[in-house]
Design a protein around this ligand. Sequence first.
Ligand code: ZN
Length: 505
Amino acid sequence: MALNGLDINTLDDVEVACLVYALYKRTQQRKEKKKIVTNRRWWVHPLNLKRPQEGQFKVTFSVLRQYPEEFFKYFRMSIPSFDNLLTTVGEHVRKQNTVFRLSIPPEERLAATLSNDCFSEVSSVSAELYTCSGSYTGECIKFLQFQAESLGLPSKIYYMAPKKPVVIITLQGCKPELQSLLLTSHMDVVPVYPEKWTYDPFSAYKDAQGNIYARGAQDMKCVGIQYLETIRRYKNNNLIFDRTIHVSFMPDEEIGGILGMAYFVKTDEFRSLNIGFTLDEGLATIDDVIPLYYGERTIWQFYIRSTGISGHASLLHDNTAAEKLIFVVNKILDWRTEEKLKLSQGMDIGEITSVNMTMLDGGCQLNIVPQELSAGFDVRLDIGTDRRAMEDIITGWCHEAGDGIRMEVFKTNEQTTPTKLDDSNPWWLKFKSECDKMKIKLKPSICPAAGDSRYIRLIGIPALGFSPMMYTPVLLHDHDEYLNENTFLNGINIYYNIIKGLATA
Ligand SMILES: [Zn+2]
């Protein structure tokens, strides 16, 4: 995305988030600076007293609004775009006026952010996100098309939305009526803190031990390229299989896949691929036992919102928001303690429910009993816990706490049925028999996080998450993510047998 000439109408949620982030960072930096300057001569500098009437913003902004072209040059957006953006982010950056001091209005905050050095910060955050999740440059697509051409295979690009391409490379089978095999990977990566890396995270630096450092080295550019290199070997060996193999490169997995796999599985294009089974990513393992993910937990995020009697904090009111909120919070944290106990008893994190209080909100001043307080939770339900039943329990706790307290679900995923690892699933039997032949040790597990496979399983297609990365520390989303070249190359040998087995009817 070119931020020069930025048009609010084309901003997506990520871009708006970048702007809000830049405004937030600016506020934080100001707070930091203020901490350093302790000996104030003025509470409000005399110059600033004139700001509302004579300040640079007041003068420049009102004049610029009379000259739309100049306005565009100055802010890199049109007047309607600016107004539109202000509507979107204004309330997020509004500060309270006090009797001592008027706060800087959102309009001025936004103008300052767009017109000065903070804008470069927006650009850098955006640049990070755009090489990561968000939108996909032509370079990435060109690279994949080049790979397809070098393999002599057709490639197709489907757009789930503007800037959200799905790339499919296909090796046609000789019995196209059979269900096909999908090898999926995602194109996006999560952002980096470059200063925390030993080597440039986007340089794929290989050290003397053969460790290749790169964001995405484990998650999961390795797997996508291993799929392609496996197919290259089949081509070199003139192998043709019964089943068609599709290799997909998906957008947005790291930000939930809403405009990626979640959308793609609902399209006619996806249905036309006639997929019977999917291989997706897994995790590295420090020993020689590779986790095999056959299901995932269900994300469930909600708030507990409590309202009560407000008033002077010198009194002891009945029915306060805090008392009721704490009652329910404690019940939920007791649930957390039970789950933690299972962890200490040796169960895997994927097998149990994680419960975390991640937000607390409310109150306006220390001497006022607040009218409303809320707590936010992120829960990942294990495959055996029914969300609706749990929702009833929490709603019951809210009733127990009293009137004016309720649960508000922010986000939930549909619970998926795990892929069967038994004789009823011929794909699993093939997968397992190839692994057995290579003496690969597998640990069937429920994935603690949720990836693209969940959307595949939701429509009833079996999917397994597997990344052949043995003797490798788990470094996905971490600093200094790396993969050893021998592990990478050995992975191609492993895929060679597994994919051949799966593609042979
Ligand atoms: Zn991934």
